[in-house]
Design a protein around this ligand. Sequence first.
Ligand code: PDD
Length: 279
Amino acid sequence: RVVYVNGEFLPEEEAKISIFDRGFLFADGVYEVSTILDGKMVDNPAHLERLGRSMYELGMTPPCSMEEIEVIQQEMLKRNPIQEGGLYLQVTRGAADRDFVYPDESTRSSLIMFTQEKPVVESALAKRGMRISFQPDIRWQRRDIKTVGLLPASMAKVAAQGEGADDAWMVEDGKVTEGTSNNAYIITQDDVLVTKARSNKILHGITRKAVLALAKEEGLTIEERDFTPEEAKLAKEAFVTSASTFVTGVVNIDGQQLGNGTPGPMTIRLREIYIDFAR
Ligand code: PDD
């Protein structure tokens, strides 16, 4: 694998970051994951736009222009010719002596990228469907900023797997917020697609936006509102969306099987039309 670090394309073993990097010391960094399908990035301009917003919200000086970032991304795809997988990109506030106060503008932010190869369309999990368990949402109050502070999400996923599930849906004030690295949806018994409305409580998924637009075109009734764990368990279908999982069915919630225990027909349909859109 060839990775990118601050101006250089290097074999991954040679890539290095300072121990004083604020991403390492303070989780003072933001990231994006763009899926690679047929050797090309999916919906990448939307990811770069969100990256810009994340940096803006944290007062972080961008390492270079968005156009330059895209040039580097394309070069990464050339040097790592994979058909399906992801391109990970991270910007941190850079390396400075440890201080809670942000360093001044002379500290250059740091940009790194790497690719990960994995099946996207023929995903085993999408075929089988995911099992979800509920975990308390102990994350901070700016979940709309895509920071690398992912320990609470990681803890929730590990706890879910410890209970025999594949992933967690996180719960706050008796309402489902989102998955550990995806947005959460249910389809009610009367065919209403429900997902939490955008706010500081969830990440505004790029896949979420595209899937809601496609669902609307399909004529589905959509309600962007809170739902409870109890309502989720009574759902006809459920699924998650993210850059890495596209639309992936949920077949079991907190031990309750949904339908016949395989991804539901509307979920499968939405996955298909999203893949068409992505191509
Ligand atoms: N996760 N919610 C959270 C908490 C996420 O981390 C993600 C993305 C999403 C979905 O966003 P999008 O559709 O833009 O990928 C929702 C990425 C894929 C990750 O951390 O690997």
